[in-house]
Design a protein around this ligand. Structure first.
Ligand code: NAD
Ligand code: LMR
Length: 330
Protein backbone atom coordinates (compact mmCIF):
# COMPACT_ATOMS: atom_id res chain seq x y z
CA UNK A 1 0.00 0.00 0.00
CA UNK A 2 1.35 3.44 -0.90
CA UNK A 3 1.69 5.76 2.07
CA UNK A 4 0.30 9.06 0.82
CA UNK A 5 -3.49 9.05 0.87
CA UNK A 6 -5.48 10.66 -1.92
CA UNK A 7 -7.66 13.36 -0.37
CA UNK A 8 -11.25 13.14 -1.62
CA UNK A 9 -13.86 15.71 -0.67
CA UNK A 10 -17.56 14.84 -0.89
CA UNK A 11 -20.22 17.49 -0.34
CA UNK A 12 -23.76 16.64 0.74
CA UNK A 13 -22.17 13.66 2.45
CA UNK A 14 -25.14 12.98 4.75
CA UNK A 15 -27.54 12.80 1.80
CA UNK A 16 -28.90 9.84 -0.10
CA UNK A 17 -26.17 9.66 -2.73
CA UNK A 18 -23.55 10.16 -0.03
CA UNK A 19 -24.84 7.12 1.82
CA UNK A 20 -23.90 4.90 -1.13
CA UNK A 21 -20.94 6.85 -2.44
CA UNK A 22 -18.83 7.12 0.71
CA UNK A 23 -18.69 3.37 1.24
CA UNK A 24 -17.63 2.74 -2.36
CA UNK A 25 -14.85 5.34 -2.12
CA UNK A 26 -13.70 4.10 1.28
CA UNK A 27 -13.50 0.51 0.03
CA UNK A 28 -11.07 1.43 -2.75
CA UNK A 29 -13.35 1.71 -5.80
CA UNK A 30 -11.72 4.89 -7.12
CA UNK A 31 -8.00 4.19 -6.94
CA UNK A 32 -7.74 0.45 -6.19
CA UNK A 33 -6.73 -1.62 -3.16
CA UNK A 34 -3.21 -0.18 -2.82
CA UNK A 35 -4.08 3.49 -2.50
CA UNK A 36 -5.31 4.84 0.83
CA UNK A 37 -8.00 7.50 0.79
CA UNK A 38 -8.62 10.37 3.18
CA UNK A 39 -12.26 11.44 3.14
CA UNK A 40 -13.17 15.12 3.66
CA UNK A 41 -16.91 15.45 4.11
CA UNK A 42 -18.83 18.72 3.82
CA UNK A 43 -22.37 19.27 5.05
CA UNK A 44 -24.57 22.14 6.14
CA UNK A 45 -24.52 22.63 9.92
CA UNK A 46 -27.92 20.99 10.67
CA UNK A 47 -26.84 17.79 8.89
CA UNK A 48 -23.54 17.36 10.77
CA UNK A 49 -25.06 15.15 13.46
CA UNK A 50 -26.46 12.75 10.86
CA UNK A 51 -23.06 12.82 9.18
CA UNK A 52 -21.40 11.81 12.46
CA UNK A 53 -23.58 8.69 12.36
CA UNK A 54 -22.44 7.91 8.82
CA UNK A 55 -18.82 8.29 9.95
CA UNK A 56 -19.46 5.79 12.78
CA UNK A 57 -20.65 3.35 10.11
CA UNK A 58 -17.57 4.01 7.98
CA UNK A 59 -15.41 3.26 11.04
CA UNK A 60 -17.36 0.08 11.65
CA UNK A 61 -16.53 -1.23 8.17
CA UNK A 62 -12.77 -1.26 9.03
CA UNK A 63 -11.91 -0.57 5.38
CA UNK A 64 -8.15 -1.15 4.84
CA UNK A 65 -8.05 1.68 2.25
CA UNK A 66 -9.67 4.34 4.45
CA UNK A 67 -6.90 6.25 6.20
CA UNK A 68 -8.99 8.97 7.89
CA UNK A 69 -12.23 10.94 7.77
CA UNK A 70 -12.76 14.62 8.53
CA UNK A 71 -16.12 16.35 8.55
CA UNK A 72 -17.17 19.99 8.67
CA UNK A 73 -19.44 22.77 7.46
CA UNK A 74 -16.71 25.15 6.28
CA UNK A 75 -15.71 24.57 2.62
CA UNK A 76 -12.28 26.17 3.10
CA UNK A 77 -11.39 23.75 5.88
CA UNK A 78 -12.88 20.67 4.25
CA UNK A 79 -11.39 21.34 0.78
CA UNK A 80 -7.90 22.05 2.12
CA UNK A 81 -5.40 20.13 -0.02
CA UNK A 82 -8.00 17.91 -1.73
CA UNK A 83 -7.05 16.07 -4.92
CA UNK A 84 -10.61 15.26 -5.92
CA UNK A 85 -13.76 17.19 -5.02
CA UNK A 86 -17.08 15.44 -5.60
CA UNK A 87 -19.74 18.14 -5.41
CA UNK A 88 -22.94 16.23 -4.68
CA UNK A 89 -24.61 18.44 -2.07
CA UNK A 90 -27.65 20.18 -3.57
CA UNK A 91 -31.39 19.85 -3.40
CA UNK A 92 -32.89 17.11 -5.60
CA UNK A 93 -35.96 17.84 -7.75
CA UNK A 94 -39.38 16.47 -6.86
CA UNK A 95 -42.14 15.06 -9.09
CA UNK A 96 -43.16 17.36 -11.96
CA UNK A 97 -39.98 19.47 -11.81
CA UNK A 98 -37.21 19.68 -14.40
CA UNK A 99 -33.62 19.79 -13.17
CA UNK A 100 -33.29 23.34 -14.49
CA UNK A 101 -35.95 24.41 -11.97
CA UNK A 102 -33.24 23.94 -9.32
CA UNK A 103 -30.98 26.55 -10.83
CA UNK A 104 -31.85 29.33 -8.45
CA UNK A 105 -32.02 27.12 -5.32
CA UNK A 106 -28.80 25.22 -6.01
CA UNK A 107 -26.70 27.56 -8.15
CA UNK A 108 -25.86 29.63 -5.07
CA UNK A 109 -24.07 26.66 -3.47
CA UNK A 110 -21.48 26.35 -6.23
CA UNK A 111 -20.08 29.89 -6.40
CA UNK A 112 -18.71 29.82 -2.80
CA UNK A 113 -17.55 26.23 -3.22
CA UNK A 114 -15.69 27.18 -6.42
CA UNK A 115 -14.04 30.07 -4.57
CA UNK A 116 -13.04 27.83 -1.67
CA UNK A 117 -11.55 25.21 -4.01
CA UNK A 118 -9.65 27.96 -5.81
CA UNK A 119 -8.13 29.04 -2.51
CA UNK A 120 -7.24 25.78 -0.78
CA UNK A 121 -7.45 22.69 -3.03
CA UNK A 122 -4.32 20.81 -4.15
CA UNK A 123 -2.67 21.93 -7.39
CA UNK A 124 -3.86 18.77 -9.15
CA UNK A 125 -7.50 19.01 -7.98
CA UNK A 126 -10.20 17.49 -10.19
CA UNK A 127 -13.76 18.60 -9.55
CA UNK A 128 -16.79 16.48 -10.42
CA UNK A 129 -20.26 17.98 -10.08
CA UNK A 130 -23.17 15.59 -9.48
CA UNK A 131 -25.60 18.03 -7.80
CA UNK A 132 -28.25 19.29 -10.23
CA UNK A 133 -28.45 21.06 -12.59
CA UNK A 134 -25.01 19.49 -12.82
CA UNK A 135 -23.66 21.06 -16.03
CA UNK A 136 -24.47 24.63 -15.08
CA UNK A 137 -23.44 24.13 -11.46
CA UNK A 138 -20.05 22.97 -12.79
CA UNK A 139 -19.91 26.11 -14.94
CA UNK A 140 -20.60 28.23 -11.84
CA UNK A 141 -17.90 26.47 -9.79
CA UNK A 142 -15.40 26.70 -12.67
CA UNK A 143 -16.01 30.40 -13.26
CA UNK A 144 -15.44 31.12 -9.57
CA UNK A 145 -12.11 29.28 -9.54
CA UNK A 146 -9.95 31.22 -12.00
CA UNK A 147 -6.66 29.65 -10.80
CA UNK A 148 -7.81 26.07 -11.41
CA UNK A 149 -7.50 25.07 -15.07
CA UNK A 150 -10.94 24.79 -16.73
CA UNK A 151 -10.24 21.21 -17.78
CA UNK A 152 -10.27 20.13 -14.12
CA UNK A 153 -14.03 20.68 -13.88
CA UNK A 154 -16.57 18.15 -15.11
CA UNK A 155 -20.23 17.34 -14.58
CA UNK A 156 -21.73 13.89 -14.35
CA UNK A 157 -23.40 12.44 -17.45
CA UNK A 158 -22.06 8.96 -16.72
CA UNK A 159 -25.37 7.91 -15.21
CA UNK A 160 -27.09 8.71 -18.53
CA UNK A 161 -24.29 6.86 -20.35
CA UNK A 162 -24.79 3.78 -18.17
CA UNK A 163 -28.56 3.97 -18.61
CA UNK A 164 -28.12 4.08 -22.40
CA UNK A 165 -25.85 1.01 -22.32
CA UNK A 166 -28.35 -0.85 -20.16
CA UNK A 167 -31.33 -0.03 -22.42
CA UNK A 168 -29.42 -1.10 -25.54
CA UNK A 169 -28.24 -4.28 -23.86
CA UNK A 170 -31.85 -5.23 -23.01
CA UNK A 171 -33.12 -4.39 -26.49
CA UNK A 172 -30.53 -6.58 -28.23
CA UNK A 173 -30.22 -9.21 -25.47
CA UNK A 174 -26.45 -8.76 -25.33
CA UNK A 175 -24.25 -8.37 -22.25
CA UNK A 176 -23.31 -4.78 -21.39
CA UNK A 177 -19.67 -5.77 -21.94
CA UNK A 178 -20.39 -6.09 -25.69
CA UNK A 179 -21.31 -2.40 -25.93
CA UNK A 180 -18.71 0.27 -26.60
CA UNK A 181 -18.45 3.89 -27.65
CA UNK A 182 -21.74 5.05 -26.17
CA UNK A 183 -22.11 8.84 -26.15
CA UNK A 184 -24.35 11.25 -24.31
CA UNK A 185 -24.24 14.72 -25.88
CA UNK A 186 -25.35 17.99 -24.30
CA UNK A 187 -27.00 18.60 -20.96
CA UNK A 188 -27.86 16.22 -18.08
CA UNK A 189 -31.53 16.98 -18.67
CA UNK A 190 -34.48 15.80 -20.72
CA UNK A 191 -32.86 17.40 -23.83
CA UNK A 192 -29.75 15.21 -23.66
CA UNK A 193 -28.95 13.16 -26.76
CA UNK A 194 -27.94 9.53 -26.26
CA UNK A 195 -26.28 8.62 -29.58
CA UNK A 196 -26.45 5.11 -31.05
CA UNK A 197 -24.95 6.11 -34.40
CA UNK A 198 -21.40 5.98 -33.07
CA UNK A 199 -21.90 3.20 -30.53
CA UNK A 200 -20.88 -0.37 -31.24
CA UNK A 201 -22.33 -3.74 -30.26
CA UNK A 202 -19.92 -6.63 -30.62
CA UNK A 203 -17.93 -4.44 -33.06
CA UNK A 204 -21.00 -3.64 -35.20
CA UNK A 205 -22.64 -0.21 -35.48
CA UNK A 206 -25.35 -0.06 -32.79
CA UNK A 207 -27.95 1.87 -34.82
CA UNK A 208 -27.60 -0.71 -37.62
CA UNK A 209 -27.78 -3.59 -35.16
CA UNK A 210 -31.03 -2.14 -33.78
CA UNK A 211 -32.33 -1.43 -37.30
CA UNK A 212 -35.39 0.37 -35.97
CA UNK A 213 -35.35 4.16 -36.19
CA UNK A 214 -38.78 4.35 -34.58
CA UNK A 215 -37.57 2.50 -31.47
CA UNK A 216 -34.49 4.70 -31.38
CA UNK A 217 -36.49 7.94 -31.55
CA UNK A 218 -39.64 7.04 -29.68
CA UNK A 219 -38.41 4.58 -27.06
CA UNK A 220 -34.64 4.61 -26.57
CA UNK A 221 -33.95 8.35 -26.48
CA UNK A 222 -36.93 9.33 -24.27
CA UNK A 223 -36.41 6.37 -21.91
CA UNK A 224 -32.80 7.36 -21.25
CA UNK A 225 -33.50 11.10 -21.14
CA UNK A 226 -36.47 10.77 -18.78
CA UNK A 227 -35.14 7.95 -16.61
CA UNK A 228 -34.45 10.28 -13.68
CA UNK A 229 -38.09 11.41 -13.65
CA UNK A 230 -39.33 7.80 -13.93
CA UNK A 231 -37.27 6.87 -10.85
CA UNK A 232 -38.59 9.85 -8.88
CA UNK A 233 -42.13 8.84 -9.84
CA UNK A 234 -41.59 5.21 -8.79
CA UNK A 235 -39.36 5.64 -5.74
CA UNK A 236 -40.66 8.94 -4.45
CA UNK A 237 -37.03 10.10 -4.33
CA UNK A 238 -34.37 10.67 -6.95
CA UNK A 239 -31.87 8.04 -8.00
CA UNK A 240 -29.18 7.58 -5.39
CA UNK A 241 -27.32 4.25 -5.57
CA UNK A 242 -27.07 4.39 -9.38
CA UNK A 243 -25.98 8.04 -9.19
CA UNK A 244 -23.29 7.11 -6.65
CA UNK A 245 -22.15 4.22 -8.83
CA UNK A 246 -21.94 6.47 -11.90
CA UNK A 247 -19.98 9.06 -9.88
CA UNK A 248 -17.51 6.30 -8.96
CA UNK A 249 -17.21 5.20 -12.62
CA UNK A 250 -16.61 8.81 -13.70
CA UNK A 251 -13.96 9.66 -11.09
CA UNK A 252 -12.22 6.27 -11.42
CA UNK A 253 -11.90 6.64 -15.20
CA UNK A 254 -10.75 10.25 -14.86
CA UNK A 255 -8.06 9.14 -12.42
CA UNK A 256 -7.08 5.82 -13.99
CA UNK A 257 -7.90 6.27 -17.69
CA UNK A 258 -10.41 4.82 -20.15
CA UNK A 259 -9.90 1.36 -21.68
CA UNK A 260 -8.30 1.06 -25.13
CA UNK A 261 -10.88 1.03 -27.93
CA UNK A 262 -13.61 2.64 -25.87
CA UNK A 263 -14.68 6.04 -24.62
CA UNK A 264 -16.98 7.42 -21.93
CA UNK A 265 -19.36 10.38 -21.65
CA UNK A 266 -18.27 13.30 -19.49
CA UNK A 267 -19.59 16.85 -19.39
CA UNK A 268 -16.51 18.99 -19.86
CA UNK A 269 -15.62 22.53 -20.83
CA UNK A 270 -16.15 22.85 -24.59
CA UNK A 271 -13.25 23.94 -26.76
CA UNK A 272 -15.69 24.49 -29.65
CA UNK A 273 -15.62 20.83 -30.78
CA UNK A 274 -18.72 19.69 -32.68
CA UNK A 275 -20.02 23.25 -32.80
CA UNK A 276 -20.61 23.45 -29.03
CA UNK A 277 -19.81 27.04 -27.97
CA UNK A 278 -16.52 27.36 -26.12
CA UNK A 279 -16.77 27.47 -22.34
CA UNK A 280 -20.08 25.61 -21.94
CA UNK A 281 -19.94 22.45 -19.82
CA UNK A 282 -21.48 19.98 -22.24
CA UNK A 283 -21.38 16.21 -22.54
CA UNK A 284 -19.02 14.70 -25.13
CA UNK A 285 -17.40 11.38 -25.92
CA UNK A 286 -14.02 11.51 -24.16
CA UNK A 287 -10.98 9.35 -23.62
CA UNK A 288 -8.75 9.81 -20.58
CA UNK A 289 -5.04 9.23 -20.33
CA UNK A 290 -2.69 10.27 -17.49
CA UNK A 291 -5.54 12.05 -15.72
CA UNK A 292 -6.36 14.30 -18.69
CA UNK A 293 -9.46 13.94 -20.86
CA UNK A 294 -9.64 14.58 -24.61
CA UNK A 295 -12.78 14.96 -26.65
CA UNK A 296 -12.95 12.24 -29.31
CA UNK A 297 -12.52 14.02 -32.64
CA UNK A 298 -13.64 13.34 -36.19
CA UNK A 299 -17.06 11.75 -35.63
CA UNK A 300 -19.48 12.41 -38.48
CA UNK A 301 -22.62 14.10 -37.25
CA UNK A 302 -25.66 13.67 -39.50
CA UNK A 303 -28.67 16.01 -39.58
CA UNK A 304 -30.66 14.00 -37.04
CA UNK A 305 -27.82 14.06 -34.48
CA UNK A 306 -27.01 17.71 -35.28
CA UNK A 307 -30.55 18.78 -34.46
CA UNK A 308 -30.55 16.87 -31.17
CA UNK A 309 -27.15 18.17 -30.07
CA UNK A 310 -28.06 21.74 -31.00
CA UNK A 311 -31.31 21.59 -28.98
CA UNK A 312 -29.52 20.44 -25.82
CA UNK A 313 -26.71 22.96 -26.27
CA UNK A 314 -29.30 25.74 -26.72
CA UNK A 315 -30.69 24.79 -23.30
CA UNK A 316 -27.20 25.00 -21.79
CA UNK A 317 -26.82 28.48 -23.27
CA UNK A 318 -30.16 29.50 -21.73
CA UNK A 319 -29.00 28.19 -18.34
CA UNK A 320 -25.76 30.15 -18.70
CA UNK A 321 -27.75 33.30 -19.44
CA UNK A 322 -29.96 32.64 -16.40
CA UNK A 323 -27.04 32.20 -13.97
CA UNK A 324 -25.29 35.22 -15.44
CA UNK A 325 -28.46 37.16 -14.61
CA UNK A 326 -28.38 35.76 -11.08
CA UNK A 327 -24.82 37.06 -10.70
CA UNK A 328 -23.42 33.56 -10.06
CA UNK A 329 -20.61 33.54 -12.62
CA UNK A 330 -17.25 34.76 -11.34
P1 NAD B 1 -30.24 14.63 -0.63
O1 NAD B 1 -31.23 15.71 -0.39
O2 NAD B 1 -30.49 13.27 -0.08
O3 NAD B 1 -28.81 15.09 -0.11
C1 NAD B 1 -28.28 16.33 -0.41
C2 NAD B 1 -27.40 16.71 0.74
O4 NAD B 1 -26.72 17.92 0.39
C3 NAD B 1 -28.17 16.99 2.03
O5 NAD B 1 -27.64 16.18 3.08
C4 NAD B 1 -27.93 18.48 2.30
O6 NAD B 1 -27.84 18.80 3.67
C5 NAD B 1 -26.60 18.69 1.58
N1 NAD B 1 -26.32 20.08 1.23
C6 NAD B 1 -27.18 21.05 0.86
N2 NAD B 1 -26.53 22.21 0.67
C7 NAD B 1 -25.23 21.96 0.91
C8 NAD B 1 -24.06 22.77 0.90
N3 NAD B 1 -24.11 24.07 0.60
N4 NAD B 1 -22.89 22.18 1.21
C9 NAD B 1 -22.82 20.88 1.54
N5 NAD B 1 -23.90 20.06 1.59
C10 NAD B 1 -25.08 20.61 1.27
O7 NAD B 1 -30.01 14.56 -2.22
P2 NAD B 1 -29.32 13.40 -3.07
O8 NAD B 1 -30.35 12.41 -3.47
O9 NAD B 1 -28.07 12.94 -2.38
O10 NAD B 1 -28.95 14.23 -4.39
C11 NAD B 1 -27.99 15.26 -4.36
C12 NAD B 1 -27.96 15.98 -5.70
O11 NAD B 1 -27.55 15.12 -6.75
C13 NAD B 1 -29.33 16.52 -6.14
O12 NAD B 1 -29.18 17.82 -6.71
C14 NAD B 1 -29.77 15.54 -7.21
O13 NAD B 1 -30.69 16.08 -8.12
C15 NAD B 1 -28.43 15.26 -7.86
N6 NAD B 1 -28.36 14.05 -8.69
C16 NAD B 1 -27.61 14.14 -9.82
C17 NAD B 1 -27.47 13.02 -10.63
C18 NAD B 1 -26.65 13.09 -11.89
O14 NAD B 1 -26.63 12.11 -12.65
N7 NAD B 1 -25.94 14.17 -12.19
C19 NAD B 1 -28.10 11.84 -10.29
C20 NAD B 1 -28.86 11.79 -9.12
C21 NAD B 1 -28.98 12.91 -8.32
C1 LMR C 1 -31.13 11.47 -12.34
O1 LMR C 1 -30.85 11.56 -13.52
O2 LMR C 1 -31.60 10.43 -11.84
C2 LMR C 1 -30.87 12.65 -11.43
O3 LMR C 1 -30.40 13.74 -12.16
C3 LMR C 1 -32.01 13.00 -10.56
C4 LMR C 1 -33.12 13.67 -11.32
O4 LMR C 1 -33.54 14.76 -10.90
O5 LMR C 1 -33.55 13.13 -12.33
Amino acid sequence: MSTTPVKVAVTGAAGQIGYSLLFRIASGSLFGPDTPVELRLLEITPALKALEGVVMELDDCAFPTLSSVEIGDDPEQVFDGVNHALLVGARPRGPGMERGDLLEANGGIFAPQGKALNKVAADDVRVTVTGNPANTNALIAMSNAPDIPAERFAALTRLDHNRAISQLSSKLSVPVTEIRKMTIWGNHSATQYPDLFHAEVGGRNAAEAVGDQQWLEETFIPTVAKRGAAIIEARGASSAASAASATVDHVRDWAQGTPDGDWVSMSVCSDGSYGVPEGLISSFPVTVSDGAWSIVQGLEIDDFSRGRIDASVAELEEERTAVTGLGLLG
